[in-house]
Ligand binder design. Structure first.
Ligand SMILES: Cc1ncc(COP(=O)(O)O)c(C=O)c1O
Length: 412
């Protein structure tokens, strides 16, 4: 009888729980809209690329560059230039297995136990966890409606400098921030670059959601701005196409890229996916993303409408101008981590805010709702169910649709 518990490495994360199935109303994670996955077109692309280049799959990296499939990197070089203002050669782009692999690689080459990194006070849970697992301490900088507060970042950098600490990076999601949906304007982007330069602390820019703006153009990526050549930039196809494909990318200075590449020892990111995405997006990026954004916008409207109807003034939120998330804050008596269990029992899954906060206490009353996956009717039904459970557990909301909730329940 082998006692594995005696054998496991130290400092492992909490063991995974067995999956209990897909919740009836699933507002968790960063899932995409299943209706918009272009199944027929992907079938056609798959057939085309396999007929043309299928035999190249016999060799690791298709016998080519470990940076990834050249056709996808060429597509990205064009897209980064035209949409994000980043002028880069295709040979300076690394394709990764999801942008999470980009995050892991950047952490691997930069972080050691005892290091410090800076992030927005509310930010992507995966980024906080990963930095902490490498033994780094995370300093959070508050946000306002315009994203990271640059004055408070400057103060944090000064404080750290005074205590002899030079952070390894400033991680930011400037364009449709996760979870708050905020966008850092051009002025703040320039100030951020100036601070990075003054303190010798690189910017690590995560632009997972930058293609999902309802209308107009976002401010140029920080890496695309004057003085931005030292910024490490990651992006993803998860949000524009499909997360299960596991395709992301890194654009970074070669000094960093050469190190990332040396650490990417996985035998190459799945090549068929890269070829299919290059073929499909090479011809259809704008029309696909246009369709997706229209669907997502409709879902966001359904979600905010349902929250207003069911929670009234009890739910505070700022509708984002793009993306897939809504960050909602409920009154102080609602502990969203405590609410998550009963909500799930009733079929409603959401992400309690605390995992998305550098200081978890600051987000105890908040939750993140992803509106990408459920259809509009389920969004409405799911929020009605959530209000019912929340009222039962916490007394919030007191009223809905202008009717006191306990009255409505008694009469219904
Ligand atoms: C800000 C941010 N970065 C990175 C990721 C990881 O995305 P992926 O690995 O699917 O590209 C996510 C996923 O939700 C995210 O929100």
């Amino acid at each position: 009888m082998i006692d594995f518990e005696q054998l496991f490495a130290r400092d492992l994360p909490t063991p995974a729980a067995r999956l209990r199935g897909w919740p009836r109303y699933n507002f968790t994670g960063g899932h995409n809209d299943p209706e918009i996955v272009p199944v027929e077109e992907l079938i056609a692309s798959t057939e085309r690329v396999l007929r043309r280049d299928g035999r190249s799959l016999a060799a690791y990296n298709q016998g080519g560059d470990p940076l990834g499939y050249a056709g996808l990197r060429a597509f990205l070089a064009d897209k980064l230039a035209s949409k994000r203002g980043i002028e880069t050669a295709a040979d300076d782009i690394l394709i990764t297995s999801g942008s999470l692999q980009g995050l892991d690689l950047v952490n691997e080459v930069l972080l050691e136990p005892g290091d410090t990194v800076i992030m927005e006070q509310l930010t992507y849970a995966g980024a906080i966890e990963r930095a902490r697992r490498r033994g780094a301490s995370v300093v959070g900088v508050p946000l306002d409606q315009g994203g990271m507060r640059i004055d408070l970042l400057a103060a944090a950098l000064e404080r750290l400098r005074a205590s002899g600490v030079r952070p390894k990076y400033i991680y930011t999601i400037p364009t449709v921030q996760n979870p708050t949906g905020t966008v850092l304007d051009l002025e703040r982007r320039r100030q951020l670059l100036a601070l990075s330069d003054a303190h010798g602390v690189p910017i690590f820019e995560d632009e997972c959601y930058a293609d999902l703006l309802w209308e107009g153009m976002w401010p140029t990526a920080i890496r695309g701005l004057e003085g931005g050549a030292q910024v490490i930039h990651i992006g993803s196809f998860s949000k524009t196409l499909a997360p299960a494909l596991r395709l992301g990318y890194v654009s970074a200075p070669w000094t960093v890229m050469s190190r990332l590449l040396a650490c990417k020892t996985d035998g190459g990111t799945a090549a068929l996916e890269q070829m299919v995405v290059a073929d499909y997006f090479g011809a259809h990026f704008d029309d696909h993303v246009g369709r997706l954004k229209a669907a997502l916008r409709q879902k966001l409207e359904a979600l905010t409408g349902a929250l207003e109807e069911q929670f009234g003034a009890a739910a505070e939120f700022m509708p984002p101008r793009g993306g897939i998330f809504l960050w909602v804050t409920l009154p102080d008596q609602v502990d969203t981590a405590a609410l998550a269990g009963p909500a799930l029992e009733a079929g409603v899954a959401f992400n309690p805010g605390l995992a998305w906060a550098v200081d978890p206490a600051a987000a105890r009353h908040s939750l993140r709702l992803c509106f990408g996956h459920p259809p509009v009717a389920e969004i409405r039904a799911g929020i009605a169910k959530l209000a019912e459970v929340c009222h039962r557990e916490t007394g919030v909301p007191e009223r809905s649709a202008n009717v006191a909730r306990n009255q409505a329940l008694q009469s219904g």
